[in-house]
Design a protein around this ligand. Structure first.
Ligand SMILES: NC(=O)c1ccc[n+]([C@@H]2O[C@H](COP(=O)([O-])OP(=O)(O)OC[C@H]3O[C@@H](n4cnc5c(N)ncnc54)[C@H](OP(=O)(O)O)[C@@H]3O)[C@@H](O)[C@H]2O)c1
Length: 246
C-alpha cells in the first residue's frame, strides 16, 4: 500500500502519512519499521535531537532517500539563523555530524531558550529566502500543529463503518487534506495506523468531518501543556505538564 499524496503550493507532492519518533534508540527502529510498512514521510526536529536516528532508520530500511520526505522544525533558539539550523539538520540526517541537541534548550532561569524579540514574519521571510534560492536543501516550507481530539466523539463515528477510533482520528485530518504524522514506536501500531488511516479517510463523509470539526470548534479538544515554561504570554493559561480539557 502506498501513501496518499498531497500537492503543496511549492509544486511538490508530500506523502500524507508520516511517522514520528520517540526516545533515543526507539527512533531508528520505528523509522525503519514505518518505511518498511509503506510510510514515506518522517518528521524530526532540531530541538528533539533525533535527526541522526531518522537518518539511521532511513538507511536501515533500504528505501531510497529520493522516495522519502523528511520534515524538520526550526526551533525558537535559531530564528535568526534559519539556514544554519537547516544545515545542521541535514548533516545530522546524513549522519555527518555527531552529538545531539538538548531537548528544548533552556536559559539559566529555566525558561525555554527562544528569541522573544524576533518577529515571526521576519523568520518566515528568511525561510522563504532559503527556499527561494533553490539550493537543493529544502523542498517546501510550512507550519505544523498537532490538535488532539476527544476520543468520545471520535468513537461515535466508526460505528457507521466498523472502523476503530484511532483510524478515525488519523483519517480525519487526511480527509481535510492535511498531512498526518501518527507517532508510534510500537511495531503493530505502526502497521495498523498506516493501513487504518489510508483506508479510512475516503470513507468519512462531509457530515463525519463536520462532526469532528465541531469537537475542536466547541473547545473540547485536549491540549498538552508542557514544561519547561515558555517565559512569554502565549495568550492562554499554561501550566504544569498535563492533559487538560479545554
Ligand atoms: N505535540 C506537539 O506539540 C507537536 C508539534 C508539532 C509537531 N508534532 C508532531 O506530530 C506528531 C504526533 O505527535 P503527538 O504529540 O500527537 O504524539 P504523542 O501524543 O506524543 O504520541 C502518540 C501516542 O499515541 C500512541 N498511539 C499511536 N498509535 C496508536 C494506536 N493505534 N492506538 C493507541 N495508541 C496509539 C503512541 O504510543 P506508542 O508510541 O507507545 O505506540 C503515543 O503514546 C509527531 O510527529 C510530532 O513530531 C507534535
Amino acid at each position: 500500500m502506498s501513501s496518499p499524496l498531497i500537492k503543496l503550493n511549492s509544486g511538490e507532492s508530500i506523502p500524507a502519512i508520516g511517522t514520528w519518533q520517540s526516545k533515543p534508540n526507539d527512533v531508528a527502529r520505528a523509522v525503519e519499521a514505518a518505511l518498511s510498512n509503506g510510510y514515506r514521510h518522517s518528521d524530526c526536529a532540531w530541538t528533539y535531537g533525533n535527526e541522526r536516528e531518522v537518518g539511521e532508520g532511513l538507511r536501515a530500511s533500504g528505501v531510497p532517500r529520493s522516495e522519502v520526505f523528511i520534515t524538520s522544525k526550526l526551533w525558537g533558539t535559531c530564528h535568526t539563523r534559519v539556514e544554519e539550523c537547516l544545515d545542521q539538520t541535514i548533516s545530522y540526517v546524513a549522519m555527518n555530524a555527531n552529538g545531539n541537541h538538548p531537548v528544548f534548550p533552556t536559559r539559566p532561569n529555566g525558561n525555554r531558550d527562544i528569541d522573544e524579540s524576533r518577529e515571526l514574519k521576519d523568520t518566515w521571510k528568511d525561510m522563504e529566502a532559503t527556499k527561494g534560492r533553490n539550493i537543493g536543501k529544502v523542498k517546501s516550507i510550512g507550519v505544523s500543529n498537532s490538535p488532539l481530539l476527544n476520543d468520545e466523539v471520535a468513537a461515535e463515528v466508526p460505528d457507521n463503518y466498523s472502523l476503530k477510533t484511532p483510524d478515525v482520528l488519523l483519517g480525519y485530518p487526511l480527509a481535510k487534506g492535511m498531512v498526518v504524522l501518527p507517532k508510534s514506536v510500537t511495531l503493530v501500531r505502526i502497521e495498523v495506523n498506516f493501513i487504518g488511516a489510508s483506508g479510512t479517510y475516503s470513507k468519512l463523509t462531509a457530515e463525519d468531518v463536520a462532526k469532528l470539526d465541531g469537537v475542536a470548534a466547541g473547545g473540547a479538544s485536549l491540549r498538552l501543556l508542557v514544561t519547561p515554561p515558555w517565559g512569554v504570554d502565549l495568550g492562554f493559561d499554561t501550566g504544569p505538564s498535563q492533559l487538560v480539557k479545554m
